[in-house]
Each structure stands twice: as structure tokens, then as C-alpha cells.
Design a protein around this ligand. Structure first.
Ligand SMILES: *[C@@H]1O[C@H](CO)[C@@H](O)[C@H](O)[C@H]1NC(C)=O
Ligand SMILES: *[C@@H]1O[C@H](CO)[C@@H](O)[C@H](O)[C@H]1NC(C)=O
Ligand SMILES: *[C@@H]1O[C@H](CO)[C@@H](O)[C@H](O)[C@H]1NC(C)=O
Ligand SMILES: *[C@@H]1O[C@H](CO)[C@@H](O)[C@H](O)[C@H]1NC(C)=O
Length: 293
């Protein structure tokens, strides 16, 4: 007959293995939670800028580890009078693909007149590979190497524009202090994914140590040159990223020129449609050297 201590030991072992199995599943499954790359059929079809009447170069930039990063480059003719000499790099949120950001690209390229570069992180859209923090950082470095070696882009003022996860990528790029990067626009991004988890998944609040996709913006933002100007666009009622994350990033930012706008009543994904949003973005970009009049 099994002893009580044997039973208890087996029970404890079973309990431990159940939790180890589910925690291991959680450890692996988090890539799918954090990078939902198949949402909205984003792996199957990518809209292209010609559908918005915009000329573009369709490129696949190769990373040092052999992935191909799908990139759209939209340039203005720099020999024309009134050429703006600014390039906006659009860093996408974690759902959809670069095709979903084309309405934003259209505003920046057509309405405002800036060069635009946008790319799908590995694992998204037509880019190869699997999305991970290290991988996406390699993609960002690959894109910046391309920018630095490109005659027209490296000779323009570069503005990083990142929403949500894209904000973390923007802060990562800015922390490397590439010379052409003059400014950063951040919308509804987080201090780190670890710090956002208890808000999104309260039942996981004691397991954030298992989160291996950290995106430590709280730390990276300190490394950005104070000369890089920043604006922080915040949803008052962000239901995904706690609004105090943006407030704290604003405080931590070393930028000598920075400002923060809170959109009353806005949520995580509708801030961009607030009427004053694009005026704020446009005024900010115009104020970056070379200043537009
Ligand atoms: C910047 O433009 C100048 C003049 O066109 C060119 O000589 C130079 O190579 C460009 N810089 C880079 C890094 O391409
Ligand atoms: C374009 O902007 C860059 C970076 O701010 C600057 O170095 C360059 O002189 C500018 N070129 C023109 C033609 O304004
Ligand atoms: C998390 O840990 C705290 C103490 O550290 C405990 O009070 C709480 O009940 C735990 N929550 C869950 C959901 O396990
Ligand atoms: C924003 O997210 C909410 C759910 O949080 C959803 O109901 C809504 O349709 C989304 N809006 C847009 C513009 O994606």
C-alpha cells in the first residue's frame, strides 16, 4: 500500500510537472502572443503603394543571418524645388503587415512630402523568418545600414515613427545613435513587455520572469543622444499599455526638446484618428532641421 508520504510526493511531482508543462508552453507560446503575425491574413497578402497611387521601390534587404526583409522605399525627387530633405522610417505595430500602414505612409509621403521607408519585421508579411526580439533588432540594424549607405537617405534628416511595438523598435534604433536620426515620434509604447504583462494578463503577473521578449525601452531610451528630439503621443484610456508607461518614458527621455500630448478618451489603437494627431506630428517634423517655413 502506498505510504502517505509516497502519495504526497507523487502528487507534488504531478503538480510540478503540470505547472512545468504549462509554463514551458507559455514560454514558447509567447512568441505567438507578442507577434501575432497571421492576424488579418497578414502572411498571405500585402497591399502595395501603387494601390495608393504612390511610386515606390520594392526591396528585400538581406540580414547577416540570411533573412530577407520586405521593404518599401518611397523617395521624392531631390532636384525639385521645395524638396523636404527628410525621411520618415515607419516602425509597425505587432499586428498586420506594412500594407496596413499604407494610409499613414500616404499622409507622410503624399500630403506632407517626406521620403518614407517601411519594412516588415522578420516573420511578418513577405519577410522570411520567425519574429523574435533579437531577430527584429537585427532587421532594424540591417535597414539602418541600408539607410547609412544610401546617398539620398543618409543625406536627409531621419525621423523614426513608431506605434506600440514599433515604438520599442524606434527607441532601439535611436539608442544606437545613427547620425542621420534627428527625431523620434512615439505612440502608445511600453517601458518593457515584462512591465506591460501584469496589465494585459493579470493572471501572469507572477511569471513575468518567463518573458524572454523584453524590449527594454526603459533602459534603451537613456542611451539616446539628447540632441534627438522626441514627441510622445498618448492615449488617455489605453487598454493595452498602461498610460503611465508613456508618462515614464517621457520623464526618462534625455531629449532637450521633447513634448507629450495626451489624447482625452483615446484608446490604444484609435489615437491615430484623433483630429489633432496629424497636425501635431506634422508641426513637429517641420520644426526639425532643416526647418520648413
Ligand atoms: C551625401 O551627398 C554627397 C553629395 O551628393 C555625397 O558626396 C555623399 O557621398 C553623400 N553621403 C553619403 C553617406 O552617401
Ligand atoms: C539635408 O539634411 C541633412 C541632414 O540634416 C543635411 O546635412 C544636408 O545639408 C541637407 N541638405 C540639403 C540640400 O538641405
Ligand atoms: C502573486 O504573488 C503575490 C505575492 O508575491 C501573491 O500575493 C499573489 O497571490 C500572487 N498572485 C497570483 C495570481 O499568483
Ligand atoms: C481597436 O481595438 C478594439 C478592441 O480593443 C476593437 O474593437 C476596434 O475595432 C479596434 N479599432 C481599430 C481601428 O482597429
Amino acid at each position: 500500500m502506498p505510504t502517505l508520504s509516497y502519495t504526497l510526493k507523487m502528487f507534488a511531482a504531478a503538480l510540478a510537472s503540470v505547472s512545468v508543462v504549462s509554463l514551458a508552453a507559455l514560454y514558447r507560446f509567447q512568441l505567438k502572443l507578442i507577434y501575432p503575425n497571421t492576424l488579418n491574413d497578414a502572411r498571405l497578402k500585402t497591399d502595395t503603394p501603387d494601390e495608393y497611387d504612390m511610386p515606390y521601390e520594392n526591396m528585400f534587404l538581406e540580414t547577416p543571418d540570411g533573412e530577407k526583409i520586405h521593404t518599401f522605399l518611397l523617395l521624392h525627387d531631390r532636384t525639385l524645388p521645395g524638396y523636404k530633405n527628410k525621411t520618415i522610417i515607419v516602425l509597425c505595430p505587432n499586428a498586420g503587415n506594412i500594407g496596413n500602414s499604407l494610409p499613414i505612409v500616404q499622409l507622410l509621403y503624399k500630403e506632407m512630402g517626406y521620403n518614407v521607408l517601411i519594412f516588415s519585421y522578420r516573420g511578418y508579411g513577405e519577410s522570411t523568418g520567425t519574429s523574435t526580439e533579437d531577430g527584429i533588432k537585427t532587421d532594424a540594424d540591417t535597414v539602418m545600414k541600408f539607410v547609412m549607405e544610401h546617398d539620398q537617405l543618409s543625406n536627409s534628416s531621419v525621423v523614426l515613427y513608431g506605434r506600440s511595438l514599433g515604438g520599442a523598435v524606434a527607441i532601439y534604433i535611436a539608442s544606437k545613435n545613427y547620425v542621420p536620426v534627428k527625431a523620434v515620434v512615439l505612440e502608445n509604447t511600453f517601458l518593457s513587455i515584462r512591465k506591460a504583462i501584469p496589465h494585459i494578463f493579470p493572471f501572469l503577473r507572477n511569471f513575468t520572469f518567463l518573458c524572454h521578449q523584453v524590449w527594454d525601452s526603459e533602459h534603451d531610451i537613456l542611451k539616446v543622444s539628447p540632441e534627438v528630439e522626441m514627441i510622445f503621443l498618448c492615449a488617455e484610456k489605453d487598454e493595452i499599455v498602461p498610460p503611465d508607461h508613456m508618462a515614464r518614458l517621457y520623464e526618462l527621455s534625455p531629449a532637450t526638446v521633447k513634448s507629450r500630448t495626451v489624447f482625452d478618451g483615446a484608446h490604444h489603437n484609435d489615437t491615430v484618428v484623433y483630429p489633432s494627431y496629424w497636425n501635431i506630428v506634422h508641426d513637429f517634423i517641420k520644426s526639425i532641421p532643416p526647418v520648413e517655413h
